[in-house]
Design a protein around this ligand. Structure first.
Ligand SMILES: [Ca+2]
Ligand SMILES: [Ca+2]
Length: 303
């Protein structure tokens, strides 16, 4: 059940949006999806999916992101990723002892290797070097991990994202959703996601844009669908098949990209703390766990 405070917040936001659709974003509060309906069946056909059936990750479709050990305020480790009861589950938990490194031979040849230490462990799966897509509609159905100070994400990356040329056409990171406001203090406004793009790398030349934040329906307890329609001209974002916003800043990627599902802990150098995204510090205690639960990922082509 959606809480009374969340319902009151939504009524307040709905009134704001009658006055001006942009008012919620100007006030830094989430808006309610009100754009076009996706019309999935009439406009698209399914070309690829992972329903997360079975009891292990399908390695023909995904890799664990094992080559990145330390990630912001925690660590990515494949042992935190599982498939059961029709879902992908990325668990976040505190480890008093480091988890084993299964790829020591690889890391022995690298001087930038960051060893696993005591701390928060979570995970990431990626379609890199496995499955790439160009244009279409990309959707996942998910429940977010319940903790302040961390976020789950469904996103898209391409080889050209780091190529600095003043454009996103060579490759753009598209964050279809990021959850990072669990139990936001303002009247249930934590029931929201943000969506946006990044291109020209992650250094000084990095550029990006956002459609702001949007309400989903009780997303830490219930499944919602989060989607991206990618055409040669624009990115169109959806929640539960209703458009939230569009972006084409810097030009839309014209190259194939791969999908990722991940959880991150706020912080850096493997140490959890409140960070610049305003998520606060992780609210779980050692012994607690949080789960990012994904029912499916589906990819469609335009008919
Ligand atoms: Ca570029
Ligand atoms: Ca499923």
């Amino acid at each position: 059940m959606i809480s009374l405070s969340t319902r009151l917040m939504r009524i307040f936001v709905a009134v704001l949006m009658v006055i001006s659709p942009n008012l919620p974003h100007l006030l830094d509060i989430p808006a309610i999806p009100k754009g076009q309906n996706l019309e999935l069946d009439s406009r698209f056909e399914l070309v690829w999916s992972d329903e997360f059936d079975g009891n292990s990750l399908d390695k023909t479709k995904w890799s664990y992101n094992w080559w990145e050990t330390e990630r912001k305020g925690g660590y990515w480790h494949e042992d935190m990723v599982s498939v059961s009861n029709g879902n992908l589950i990325i668990t976040t938990a505190y480890m008093n002892e480091p988890l084993p490194n299964y790829y020591e031979n690889y890391f022995a040849q690298r001087d930038d290797f960051k060893p696993y230490k005591e701390g928060w462990y979570t995970g990431c799966i990626t379609g890199i070097n496995k499955v790439e897509h160009l244009y279409g509609y990309f959707e996942c159905r998910a429940i977010f991990p319940k903790s302040t100070g961390m976020w789950s994400a469904f996103w898209m990356m391409g080889d050209g994202v780091s190529n600095v040329d003043g454009s996103g056409q060579d490759g753009t990171e598209v964050d279809i959703f990021e959850s990072m406001y669990y139990k936001d203090v303002r009247w249930g406004a934590g029931d929201r996601i943000v969506s946006g793009i990044v291109y020209d790398g992650y250094g000084e030349a990095s550029q990006g844009d956002s459609i702001g934040s949007w309400f989903a329906n009780n997303p830490y307890e219930e499944y919602n669908t989060y989607g991206l329609e990618w055409t040669p001209e624009e990115y169109i974002f959806y929640i539960n098949g209703v458009e939230t916003g569009r972006l084409s800043t810097g030009g839309v990627s014209q190259n194939p990209e791969y999908l990722l599902l991940s959880c991150e802990v706020a912080g850096d150098n493997g140490i959890a703390h409140a960070d610049r995204h305003g998520t606060g510090k992780i609210s779980m205690e050692p012994g607690d766990t949080a789960e990012f639960i994904v029912d499916y990922v589906r990819v469609y082509k335009h008919k």
